[in-house]
Write a protein that binds this ligand. Sequence first.
Ligand code: C2E
Ligand code: MG
Ligand code: MG
Length: 569
Amino acid sequence: MDSQTGYCLDPTLCVWPLALDAICDSWWDWHLSTSRLFGSADLLHLYGLASGQTVSVHDLNRLIHPEDALRVQRDRQAHLEGRTPVYYSEHRVQGPEGRWKWILSRGQVLSRDRQGQPLRMVGTDTDLSAQKDAEHQVWQQSHFDTLTLLPNRRMLSDRFTKAMNPHGNSDLQLACLLIDLDHFKEVNDTFGHERGDALLIEAAHRIVRCVRDTDTVARMGGDEFAVLINGLQNTGYLERVLSQLLHVLSDPFYLGADPVFLSASIGVSIYPDHACGADDLLRNADQALYVAKGAGRGRFHYFTPELQQAAQMRVRLGQDLRLALPEQQFFVVYQPIMELATGVIHKAEALIRWQHPTRGLIGPADFIPIAEATGLIVEMGEWVFQQAARQVRAWRTMLHPKFQISVNKSPVQFQKPSSTHTPWMTQLQQLGLGGDSIVVEITEGLLLSNSDGVIDQLLQLSDDGIGVSLDDFGTGYSSLSYLQKFDIDFVKIDQSFVRHLIADSTDLALCKAIIAMAHALDMKVIAEGVETQLQRNLLTAAGCDYAQGYGISKPMLPADFEALMATFK
Ligand code: C2E
Ligand code: MG
Ligand code: MG
């Protein structure tokens, strides 16, 4: 029996080692004068030592990871000198087969000599491998994307912050690239999520191959990726990466047998020129991305201060937009749609306008995307429909008994159908109108939607006799098979095909092909953006049914529309 502590000196006769054995922990009993260490079977096993082996403390010290050894030594010394009440250390040791494992070592001095020098210390070593593995897994999951295994947004932010170290090289530049796959949503809807996932993984590999190991590629979510380019010396490397990225992402992706063609849009911002923090840099790259997409996709765009102003303007417009409907700042103009064979007009498209109290007249291209992003489009679209319905009733009496007005309906209106509004067909019936008085203009992307809700709404329109028109045809992810699936009445050839229309041009060949296809599927064709007599003649000769454009008339207020119609009589 130890005179100072009352503990048993001989471990074989002790009770506490038995207790520790019972809870399966590895205990040790260190006699400092001899350096001899008595240890449980578990302890020897933990260090990969043979059971029954006599060990000294030096045997175990040798197995401590070199990076941790000094710290362990310091902590132990502090306790031996009586500066800490207990010894506590988490460190790595080399176990069986030479593998490093984390252990938690805890202990306390049991007895000291008259001078206070430690004689004996006891403690436990606990294997932390399972806990460290679990911690690592949690860390991994919170810093990496599970699909592509790339770093995620959080990890990217960390890397940015580290790379922006202000004490480092002051000439250092970083580039932040935000990459968005164009039309990925359509592909995902068409081919299903499993193949969509496979495409994202392949896209991730392609992006990684374009950059150096020292750069970071991250997945931001959905079809958006980001690249952090470190230590940018000159723009040469950046330009090369950008053009390679555009190139590799426009190569066909094989999802099964069929090649799928995508492109990518990229927004670029540079540290420290464009922002000093990770969040600002990403936000600026996002604004540049927005411009790249708006400019026709498949391209990159650098952030500029003007872009920042434009983004701030969008925020302000978004705030003002909330007041526009209650304060009656919207009005609707109507653009005639002419039957080409006869020159008769008994169709028009309703187009919304915003008379802003201080900024003047604002066109839909500047506020519809904001209204879509904020969800205001639902109320706005409902209001436009109501104006158009009242207008068509008046014009059926005044101008033509079969007059028909088309109304643009945003995909957001289909995705978030309003439950508070009376169905359009009921509203038409209340005005004494049939479904054929209205045409709903939709975009190609909507047809690719797999959502049952959207499909039901489209089919319901046809059941009610309301016309369906495919707007801006040829600009989206055109899939002819989808046209057949839905009851489409009109195809509107996008302005971009009509703008440069001359005899024997590719555009004319495309227009003819669209017309032939639409007629074969029993649909009528409307050419948009018809400005010249030549375009009109070529389209008439090609068998196009209707034309709409400044060459016939710009969109007009109802009174002007009526005056124009009077000149036709
Ligand atoms: P859209 O549906 O394709 O409408 C045709 C656009 O082309 C209109 O622009 C029209 O003014 C313009 N346009 C017509 N003829 C010509 C021409 O000969 N040359 C040129 N350069 N342009 C011509 P607007 O009114 O600025 O509308 C732009 C887009 O905003 C529309 O494109 C439509 O997508 C959207 N939009 C307009 N009103 C509404 C609405 O009430 N609801 C929704 N959801 N979208 C709307
Ligand atoms: Mg339209
Ligand atoms: Mg259009």
